[in-house]
Ligand binder design. Structure first.
Ligand SMILES: Nc1ncnc2c1ncn2[C@@H]1O[C@H](COP(=O)(O)OP(=O)(O)OP(=O)(O)O)[C@@H](O)[C@H]1O
Ligand SMILES: [Mg+2]
Length: 470
């Protein structure tokens, strides 16, 4: 199957080819023709398999670029995702001249109002900020023809459902609705169908919910040993880019501090960090100024960052869906990735639930020791020497080396040099607060505790909080 088989306009084909996509991914091949027939649909495919373009192409195709008014609306659960989706839609719409504006909390609203005057045809928004604009009448939803809920199961979860209903009720035109996610629990799917008109379910079937090119392991470990072991793993793996997921905002802050103390380049993202700072962290993570991003679940969904080679679940995720999305930040678009989850002895049943629901076997891995780290560092020192020897710019050391070898044999000299070159694990003392264990109790109706809030930030739960989001 080729993109040219999908009945697309020259403008969109040209944009897709400029994006470097050679052929449609399975979800794109399945979903695009159905969406182009103006049908409501629920699209489900694994993480990192191109769902954004699967809804982006039909969205752009159906926009009349010469008409005023917002015709397309994409809702996303976090600000970073709204920004990212807008970027991708702008790429797809580039040749056709379709403009998408991200609308999200934490950014100066007058700046957004100014940008809205340039008449984007699509907005990619977080619900909270969109509702602000609806109240101020700076965004009108009387021309909407297409609504997409990206991360639909999350958007229809307890924390967002009222906002979604308010937004949908504010749309006065008739529209096509598309829902996308890598996960779609049955409960949410039946709820979703209430908002849609006889939707087509478009699923890319796979044996497991998680992507097969992600190697998955867990390490059973006591709470207080987690940090040492994380450092050992980071030293052994030397990840290109890694995301470390922690359970709470405080946890994330403490982990960033502790990692920095040990000399790692890490920064954090969660809901209490200013949006400007959050955007900066993502930027610095993308350009590799920092190698480690520590995050709450605010970064679990949808984010597409090239070169994320490792995911560390410092704290086990609250539910199987969260696990799928967190580890799905690696192994995207056919790349390989590794995911490691720390499990305390009392959390083993939690791990079993994740394995059952995701139909995945997560292999147990022994706890890496300091001698594993030293072994790895020795190898690294040898590699460094080999590289330096190949480079050949050590002329001025040759005479000293020869002098040295008059006093001792070459093996002794080299062994001593290797010992000096081998990095010692950093043992700078750090302390982390204990986190309370997760509770997976359900309330009487079997529903999740209600989460409230907007734009993926400051989402406070009423009463007992069950799930802490950034
Ligand atoms: N047809 C294609 N050919 C090659 N690469 C593609 C194609 N479509 C999308 N991609 C790339 O694949 C990556 C993942 O795409 P995308 O973010 O849309 O995945 P997703 O299915 O939405 O994942 P998630 O469930 O995590 O949100 C992106 O970097 C995107 O540029
Ligand atoms: Mg996505």
């Amino acid at each position: 199957m080729k993109f040219t088989d999908l009945n697309l306009s020259q403008d969109v084909l040209q944009a897709i080819s400029a994006m470097g996509f050679e052929e449609p991914s399975p979800i794109q091949a399945k979903a695009i023709p159905i969406a182009m027939e103006h049908k409501d649909m629920i699209g489900q495919a694994q993480t990192g398999t191109g769902k954004t373009t699967a809804f982006g192409v039909p969205l752009i195709e159906q926009i009349d670029e010469n008409r005023e008014g917002i015709q397309g609306l994409v809702l996303a659960p976090t600000r970073e995702l709204a920004i990212q989706v807008a970027e991708e839609l702008n790429r797809i719409g580039q040749v056709k001249g379709v403009r998408t504006l991200p609308i999200y909390g934490g950014q100066d609203i007058t700046r957004q109002i100014k940008a809205l005057k340039k008449r984007p045809q699509i907005i990619a928004a977080t619900p909270g900020r969109l509702m602000d604009h609806m109240k101020r009448k700076t965004i009108r939803l009387n021309q909407i023809q297409m609504v997409v809920l990206d991360e639909a199961d999350e958007m229809l979860n307890m924390g967002f459902i009222d906002d979604i209903e308010t937004i949908l009720a504010g749309i006065t035109s008739s529209y096509q609705m598309m829902l996308f996610s890598a996960t779609m629990p049955t409960r949410i799917q039946s709820l979703a169908e209430k908002y849609m008109n006889d939707p087509e379910i478009v699923k890319v079937k796979a044996k497991t919910m998680t992507v097969k090119n992600i190697e998955q392991h867990y390490i059973e470990i006591q709470e207080k040993r987690k940090f040492e072991i994380l450092c050992n793993l980071l030293d052994i793996h030397s990840p290109e880019r890694a995301i470390v997921f922690g359970r709470t905002k405080k946890r994330v802050d403490e982990l960033v501090g502790a990692l920095m103390k040990r000399g790692y380049s890490a920064e954090g993202i969660h809901g209490d960090i200013s949006q400007a700072k959050r955007n900066q962290v993502i930027r610095r993570f993308k350009d590799q100024t920092i190698e480690i991003m520590v995050a709450t679940d605010v970064a679990a969904r949808g984010l597409d960052i090239k070169g994320v080679s490792h995911i560390y679940n410092f704290d086990i995720p609250q539910d199987p869906e969260s696990y799928v999305h967190r580890i799905g930040r690696t192994g995207r678009a056919g790349e390989k990735g590794q995911a490691i989850t720390f499990v305390t002895p009392r959390e083993i049943s939690q791990l079993k639930t994740i394995e059952q629901v995701t139909k995945t076997k997560i292999a147990r891995q022994p706890v890496p020791t300091v001698s594993d780290v030293i072994e790895e560092n020795k190898q690294a020192a040898i590699e460094d020497i080999k590289k330096a020897a190949e480079k050949g710019d050590h002329y001025e050391y040759k005479q000293i080396a020869e002098n040295l070898l008059e006093d001792m044999d070459s093996v002794t000299a080299l062994a001593a040099a290797l010992k000096l070159l081998t990095k010692k694990p950093d043992a700078t003392p750090v302390t982390l607060s204990e986190v309370p264990p997760i509770r997976v109790k359900k309330d009487k109706g079997g529903k999740k505790q209600k989460r409230r809030g907007s734009g993926g930030h400051n989402r406070r739960s009423k009463g007992r909080s069950r799930r802490k989001y950034g």
